[in-house]
Design a protein around this ligand. Structure first.
Ligand code: ADP
Ligand code: MG
Length: 622
């Protein structure tokens, strides 16, 4: 037997690993299994290149839990290690990564919590996070004698001959008291399914059970045929297949299996790049039920089928995190840290590539399957709009495929809307409603003028149209809510300023608002008496600031009461003597105009109803 000390330059690394890795302890399983996969891959390579004699044993990794002994054993039939190799690889080199970890950790822990830890691969030494003792039994493919390495703290070790007879490595962890849970078959399976679901070598999990002693008098039970063991992982994840070899049903099934979502995905993108970087994956557009469930997406990141992490926003642009999917990038180091990713130009390029693919897919869906696209537009538009605001490049690519739903249920692009609704030389205005029911009358007025109204009724729309007006400022497009201006509902005509002044006085008094602007105009619709409009920019600003800044930021609305100069009642008001009757008429007109755009506040509603009842009574008394 020989003894040695693992050469490290950060003496106290083990206590640190044990202490700080608490939240992501289960990473040891991923590390040991991926080492096993590597060992098998190396062996296959040797065989493939005629450097080792192959045998028939199929590649496999076994994980065996033994509660009685308190051990968890990871066995692979890979290349194995000689004594020399164990000393060289296990005892020395591995620590360069770990010291790196220490420096990185101390840097990073200032800003972020323990969540960062999971992104450091600690390799073999992560086994000590959950163990009192680790034993390696290994037999190299080259026929060297099997060797056993034992260490209790990851620093001092003993080496002796091992009784292992087969090629490969068995790593036995004597699980410490705090981590006994990993010995439970259920916990173990869950851990492995999280980290190893797509590892490239079949993984079998078994539990060592005490053989049941036949009770006295009872006959020995007949041995039941043991069930054919099944690996816990899928060694050929769908993203590794060529896109043209995958069927729609396979994509759907993969989605169900991986994301446990039984709603069908709307559509998906199979990423398959070899140049300038190696990247494979499948991104699904989930059906988004409402804006608030939208954040439930999940994108799993893999390195050669080894799970790295969920939702790393440095690799996957934030707005794409609404999607669900798997992205496999073998060039991405397993032991990554956030600060590394943020500063990595390669990662940025990857993120840009993914964004571009998503945009291109949307555009091609729009161009080739517009009807389907329109059907799921209601589901995906908040996501697409959010992406446009977040990422200008995405907007530039996808803008031709942005569509708007009209209140008549049609879907149009911005150009289609403008071509149909704005005459040459006219201002490019898009009329929209934010509440189809409340704004029904205003919508009707525009429709009567032959103008379409689009529906923008989600939280993101307010920001989105401001973004769009700004981005397309050269085109001079503006969005106006149906109650924002009366311009296209009125005609030009001579207006008497005296009459307007008089009406302004009357209405300001009954409306108890000396700021309201009163205008007099002939309306295109003869029957309509009055309309209240609210300045678009002003209203948008108020809405945004009350959403983000709370009620203190609320600005008074800039309101205008527009009266129909052609209407007999308005004409009558211009000539009538001021008194109770003019006041009643003005109050009723103002209330009706207000109701056409939003419900009256409580007090005003009470007044309105009382006044209306009275008017009806007067009607029959006359
Ligand atoms: P890494 O996998 O990043 O090289 P690890 O700490 O996980 O770092 O492993 C260190 C080295 O130990 C490996 O590179 C490999 O040479 C050797 N090793 C670890 N586990 C095994 C195994 N199961 N079979 C053969 N060699 C192994
Ligand atoms: Mg490793």
């Amino acid at each position: 037997m020989s003894r040695g000390t693992v050469s490290i330059n950060a003496e106290n690394i083990m206590p640190v690993i044990k202490q700080w890795l608490y939240s992501d302890k289960d990473i040891f399983a991923r590390e040991l299994i991926s080492n096993g996969c590597d060992a098998i891959k190396k062996y296959r390579w040797l065989v493939g290149n005629g450097k080792a004699e192959g045998d028939d044993a199929p590649d496999r990794i076994d994980v065996i839990t033994d509660k009685e002994k308190g051990t968890l054993t990871f066995i692979d039939n890979g290349i194995g290690m000689t004594e020399y190799e164990i000393v060289k690889y296990i005892a020395q080199v591995a620590f360069s990564g770990a010291t790196d970890f220490i420096t990185k950790y101390t840097e990073e822990s200032k800003g972020e919590g323990a969540g960062i830890i999971g992104h450091f691969g600690l390799g073999f030494y992560s086994a000590f996070m959950v163990s009192d003792k680790v034993v390696i039994d290994s037999k190299s493919y080259d026929g060297s004698p099997a060797v056993r390495w034992t260490s209790e703290d990851g620093m001092e070790y003993e080496i002796e001959p091992s009784d292992r007879t087969e090629r490969g490595t068995a790593i036995t962890l004597y699980i410490d008291d705090a981590d006994k849970d990993f010995l439970n078959l259920w916990t173990l399976r869950e851990t492995l399914e999280k980290h190893c679901a797509f590892m490239p070598v079949p993984i079998y999990v078994t539990e060592v059970k005490k053989p049941e002693e036949p009770k006295e008098g009872e006959e020995k039970k007949e041995e039941k045929e043991p069930e054919e063991p099944k690996p816990i992982n899928d060694i050929h994840p769908l993203w590794m297949k060529r896109p043209n070899e995958c069927t729609d049903e396979e994509y759907r099934e993969f989605y169900r299996k991986v994301f446990h979502d039984f709603e069908e995905p709307l559509f998906w993108i199979h990423l398959n790049a070899e140049y300038p970087f190696n990247l494979k994956g499948i991104l699904y557009f989930p059906r988004i039920k409402n804006e608030f469930t939208a954040s439930e997406g999940v994108i799993k990141l893999y390195n050669n089928q080894v799970f790295v992490a969920d939702n790393i926003k440095e690799v996957i642009p934030e707005f794409l995190l609404l999607l669900k999917g798997c992205v496999d990038c073998p060039d991405l180091p397993l032991n990554v840290s956030r600060s590394f990713l943020q500063n990595d130009g390669y990662v940025k390029k990857m993120a840009a590539y993914i964004t571009r693919k998503v945009a291109d897919r949307l555009v091609s869906e729009f161009n080739t399957k517009r009807e389907d696209y329109q059907r799921y537009w209601d589901d995906i538009h908040p996501f697409v709009k959010y992406g446009c605001i977040k990422d200008e490049k995405f907007y530039e690519r996808v803008k031709g495929a942005l569509i708007y739903k009209t209140t008549a249920g049609e879907y149009v692009t911005l150009d289609e809307y403008l071509n149909k609704n704005c005459a040459d030389g006219e201002d490019k205005v898009v009329y929209y409603a934010s509440d189809e029911k409340r704004q029904a009358q205003m919508i009707q007025l525009y429709n009567d003028q032959g103008k379409d109204v689009i529906l923008l009724d989600t939280l993101i729309d307010n920001n989105f149209i401001s973004f769009l007006e700004y981005s397309e400022r050269e085109q001079k497009v503006s969005f106006k809510r149906v109650d924002a201006a009366a311009d296209s509902l009125t005609e030009d005509g001579e207006i008497s300023e005296d009459a307007r002044k008089k009406l302004e006085g009357l209405f300001r008094k009954v409306m108890n608002d000396d700021q309201v602007d009163v205008q007099l105009k002939p309306f295109k619709d003869d029957a309509l008496i009055a309309m209240i409009t609210v300045d678009e920019q002003n209203r948008r600003f108020t809405e945004m600031s009350s959403r983000w800044g709370g009620p203190d930021m609320k600005l008074p609305e800039k309101r205008t009461l527009v009266l129909n100069d052609k209407h007999p009642l308005v004409k009558w008001l211009q000539d009538a003597d001021e008194g109770e009757k003019t006041e009643t008429v003005c109050a009723q007109v103002a209330d009706l105009a207000e109701m056409a755009r939003q419900p009256l506040v409580a007090d005003r509603m009470v007044d309105f109803l009382r006044r209306s009842n009275q008017l009806l009574t007067e009607l029959i008394e006359k």
